[in-house]
Design a protein around this ligand. Structure first.
Ligand code: HEM
Length: 157
């Protein structure tokens, strides 16, 4: 998430410029939420068992039936997030489900948020000339894992 978020910010220089100009911890926090929504790095679907009958989108789900929730689709749902395929660090993305939802949602999310806020709030100040050291199509992305990311991110400054 740190490498992929850094790459995403380098590929969106106008958003990085906003962050730099504002130098505002609240904007750093909303950048973290928006990157979690936009990148949604966990791709294995949430597995759940219905504890009671309920209806969703006209479908009846019976108690005991298994469900696979595709969170990454929810994070790009245009009904939940306007212009959902666009990275916008100023939007309120806090309703994203990148950490799952319900009783089994990610236990490490406060730590992950804190680490990402430190990295994203520090890196562009400490290394303002940071840039990608290779073409984007040469970056080795992880396409076949449960967690999406990059195998490595060559950078220079
Ligand atoms: C950006 C970083 C991270 C992301 C995107 C992430 C995402 C997720 C997701 C999607 C789940 C499944 C939630 C569900 O089933 O509803 C999960 C579960 C979990 N995560 Fe994370 N996670 C991150 C970092 C961490 C860290 C740093 C820790 C520990 C220090 C951690 C510990 C856990 C644990 C223990 C669970 C299982 C919770 C349960 O089943 O009750 N995660 N995480």
């Amino acid at each position: 998430m740190i490498a992929l978020g850094t790459l995403t910010r380098l590929e969106h220089p106008e958003q990085l410029a906003l962050l730099r100009e504002a130098d505002d911890p609240a904007l750093v926090a909303s950048t973290v939420e928006e990157l979690l929504r936009y990148l949604n790095i966990v791709h294995n679907g949430r597995l759940r068992v219905a504890t009671e009958d309920f209806e969703v989108a006209g479908q009846t789900v019976r108690a005991g039936e298994g469900l696979i929730m595709v969170n990454e689709m929810g994070n790009r749902d245009p009904e939940a997030f306007t212009d959902s395929d666009r990275l916008d660090i100023q939007r309120d993305a806090r309703r994203h489900v990148a950490f799952g939802f319900g009783v089994h949602q990610c236990l490490g999310q406060p730590l992950a948020r804190m680490e990402l806020q430190v990295v994203y709030g520090t890196l562009y100040r400490r290394v303002p000339t940071l840039k990608l050291a290779t073409d984007l199509d040469q970056v080795p992305f992880k396409f076949n894992g449960m967690v999406y990311g990059v195998h490595e991110l060559p950078v220079t400054w």
